[in-house]
Design a protein around this ligand. Sequence first.
Ligand code: HEC
Length: 172
Amino acid sequence: MGSPAPMKPRPPRRRPWMVGAAVGLALVALAGCVPMGPMGPGHMRRMMGRGMMGPGMMGGRLEPPPAVTVVPTATPGGPATVSYRRDIQPLFDAYCVACHGGQAGLWLTSYEHLMAGSRHGPVVIPGDPEASELVRRLTGASQPAMPLGGPPLPPDRIELVRRWIAEGAPKN
Ligand code: HEC
């Protein structure tokens, strides 16, 4: 009986998840660079790429949507159903004020600041979400998309903002 066979050094292993992560990140980066016309096919691809890969790849997760995920249907001319205080400002607080609380030329810390817009003018056009820079930045129709450098907001959050503006962007 000799001494036990020396342990063989393990061959270095490739870690498939790392390769996957690298490829994923590269894709996200690529997708982010593709110049886009408004709502072109590139836009969709990018939204999908970011939506599906962004949060996982960053190691962080988007917060689970709060209980109020059902976006109420507004009757035109009827009572407003999205509340600035309850639905909109908390989104800004969570996703935007780190930058838009005194920098980036736009304050998102209150209704008055939001409506004051930036030096380029208003970012909310009451009644016209698609013309509102706020929505265009959230959907990526205007670049750079917001939140800058992060994954887009969940679609139901963007829909809330859209709806609030469609309802006239009230201070409610
Ligand atoms: C990491 C920092 C950062 C975060 C987070 C961020 N922004 Fe921005 N945002 C910027 C910068 C910088 C600009 C100016 C870039 C430009 O338009 O050239 C900007 C520009 C904008 C503009 C255009 C303003 C104008 O008229 O010039 C809007 C609207 C906007 N952001 C909305 C948002 C919203 C809504 C969120 C949260 C969902 C958000 N941003 C999160 C940094 C940020």
